[in-house]
Design a protein around this ligand. Structure first.
Ligand code: FES
Length: 157
């Protein structure tokens, strides 16, 4: 099967929308879900479709933290820095993840395998310290377990 160009993939998404200004955010969300970030050309394509100036669409994409304008790692690693996790050594876990991946929170590895973020609490304080890889929560993490968790995520790629 022929690979679809980014433009035709976006066009495919646009098919289920009507082309109204109010659809800008849901459309950007769907495009980001598809590509993992918002390619510049895709933002322009969406802006034309919903009839808003390109600069407004870029304004929205940069205003909301949920939107990413650069490609990010396929495995999103989130380390909890909430109080419960901090008390149980969360900072050590974050340092170990940073050391292993060679990146800081907000960055992605150059091979785009991993993106690292911190979160204020993931709602699993009883399992502190915690980290989440994609949608899997890992509790009672130790620095020794970090490698295992990251390797498992890599194996599932
Ligand atoms: S503080 Fe880490 S899960 Fe709540």
């Amino acid at each position: 099967m022929e690979t679809m160009t980014a433009e035709s993939q976006v066009a495919d998404i646009l098919k289920s929308y009507r082309g109204e200004a109010g659809e800008l955010i849901p459309l950007l969300q769907e495009v980001q879900q598809k590509f993992g970030y918002l390619p510049e050309e895709a933002i322009k394509q969406v802006a034309r479709f919903v009839g808003v100036p390109e600069c407004s669409a870029f304004g929205v994409a940069t205003f909301y933290a949920q939107f990413k304008l650069v490609p990010t790692g396929r495995n999103v690693v989130r380390v909890c820095r909430g109080t419960a996790c901090h008390v149980k050594g969360g900072a050590r876990i974050l340092r170990e993840v940073q050391r292993r991946l060679g990146i800081k929170p907000g960055e992605s590895t150059p091979d785009l395998k991993y993106a690292l973020e911190t979160v204020a609490c993931i709602g699993a304080c009883a399992l502190a310290p915690t980290m989440v890889v994609n949608s899997d929560t890992h509790g009672q993490i130790t620095t020794g377990k970090v490698a295992e968790v990251l390797e498992r995520a890599e194996a599932e790629l």
